[in-house]
Design a protein around this ligand. Structure first.
Ligand SMILES: NC(=O)c1ccc[n+]([C@@H]2O[C@H](COP(=O)([O-])OP(=O)(O)OC[C@H]3O[C@@H](n4cnc5c(N)ncnc54)[C@H](O)[C@@H]3O)[C@@H](O)[C@H]2O)c1
Length: 378
């Protein structure tokens, strides 16, 4: 039988801008009328019900005023709605409303919205463009960079999805003022993680300025916009540097797991009573302790990180009453564990990461060592 080879080598330019500022609808609208999505005639604003109320209606009115054809598609807020079912329901609504290949998506909200809406955009009509308008500190810090989109299943989180890069990301730091303190802490946990893994001077900046996030009050006093802008920019730069060095998650990207090996294991064990940020904070503190035991980080640097997490109001102790064996068993089921080994990434001091044999950023840690460090509590 003859064989025909289909040559499919592609050079793709997926570059996009991330704009950081306050109240960015004023730049989003001119971007849209100016051709951010060439050939697109209809926009779908995908958001959750909280953000719809806070910002969605205002955006829709502005889009209509600018003469753009747009509708809003919202779903109940929360991780438990980041599912295939929610995606399918929105897809059906889009089809009912006549959306097709000449459409684009605006993901307005936090990481749940950008993950779900980005995934939907990546598969709808075999892929339509999307933009992210990030309204949480966590989405700004983490979810809007890297092009990873996904939904959860009852068994595993973020397992069904694809890489689909947005055309532009807007980080509206003014919208952080309506976040709850718990959501701010969630974002700050990932922010501290970024500083620890990649930028000592940013860590020092956080030591000097993190109280700006605690300064919000009922009378509408806002987070200092300069601090917010610096935090957003440094987060983007650190995450971008990691992702650009390893777009498809071969090695370097593992450093983003700092604090997550234990953190992810704790979330289900604590029946999701710990927020993701709280779990990551406990994981960061544990990794420091383990790293100190293994000689990767000194006591002075460890104390500085612990102090910063404490000031933010993040926990460092394991939830009471959790048997160490269950924690270790849960870490073994992590989707990132390999060949039955629990692998960790470690800080090398503050702002740098350890490298191991063959240049790997992670190393296996025997269960016995994990158990003995888990048994000592902070
Ligand atoms: N794709 C990635 O690379 C990546 C990276 C990190 C996290 N994530 C994902 O991000 C999600 C977590 O992100 P998140 O914390 O932004 O979750 P989220 O989108 O659920 O937002 C948290 C809560 O804040 C509300 N909210 C959003 N913006 C608001 C605002 N400005 N004011 C008041 N309330 C507001 C939301 O309605 C929600 O209730 C997880 O699903 C996680 O898997 C993805």
């Amino acid at each position: 039988m003859p064989t025909f080879r289909v040559p499919l080598k592609a050079t793709i330019d997926d570059s996009y801008d991330i704009e950081i500022g306050e109240r960015l609808f004023d730049t989003l609208i001119p971007d849209l009328t100016g051709g951010l999505f060439p050939g697109v005639h209809r926009l779908a604003v995908i958001t959750d019900r909280n953000v719809e109320e806070l910002y969605g209606r205002e955006l829709l009115a502005l889009l209509e005023r600018a003469g753009l054809a747009a509708s809003m598609f919202s779903f109940p807020a929360g991780e438990r709605y980041k599912t295939r079912e929610t995606k399918a329901a929105i897809e059906d609504s889009l089809l009912d409303a006549g959306y097709g290949r000449d459409s684009a998506v605006i993901a307005l909200g936090g990481g749940v919205v950008s993950d779900l809406a980005g995934f939907l955009a990546g598969t709808f009509a075999r892929g339509i463009p999307f933009a992210v308008y990030a309204t949480t500190l966590l989405a700004a810090a983490d979810a809007s960079i890297g092009g990873k989109t996904a939904v959860d299943t009852p068994r595993v989180t973020n397992i069904i999805g694809l890489f689909h890069q947005p055309k532009k990301v807007y980080i509206d730091t003014h919208s952080w003022n309506t976040l709850t303190d718990a959501e701010i802490r969630n974002g700050l946990a990932e922010t501290v993680k970024h500083a620890c893994l990649g930028d000592r001077s940013f860590f020092e900046y956080l030591e000097g300025h993190v109280d700006a996030f605690a300064g919000r009050d009922q009378n509408g006093r806002a987070i200092d916009p300069e601090v917010a802008a610096r935090v957003a920019a440094s987060n983007c730069m650190i995450k971008h540097k990691v992702v650009a060095g390893d777009v498809r998650e071969k090695n370097l990207r593992q450093v983003l797991n700092l604090g997550h090996t234990l953190g992810r294991a704790l979330e289900p064990l604590a029946n999701y009573t710990l927020s993701h940020g709280e779990a990551v904070s406990i994981g960061l503190a544990f990794q420091l302790k383990l790293g100190e035991r293994l000689g990767y980080v000194g006591a002075a640097d460890r104390d500085r990180v612990v102090k910063l997490l404490e000031r933010i109001g993040l926990p460092m102790s394991l939830p009471a009453g959790l048997p160490v064996e269950r924690i270790i068993a849960s870490m073994h089921t992590d989707k990132k564990s390999r060949r039955g080994e629990i692998r960790f990434v470690f800080q090398k001091g503050i702002g740098d990461m350890m490298r191991f044999e063959g240049g790997a950023y992670s190393r296996p840690v025997p269960d016995g060592v994990l158990a003995s460090v888990l048994e000592e509590s902070y």
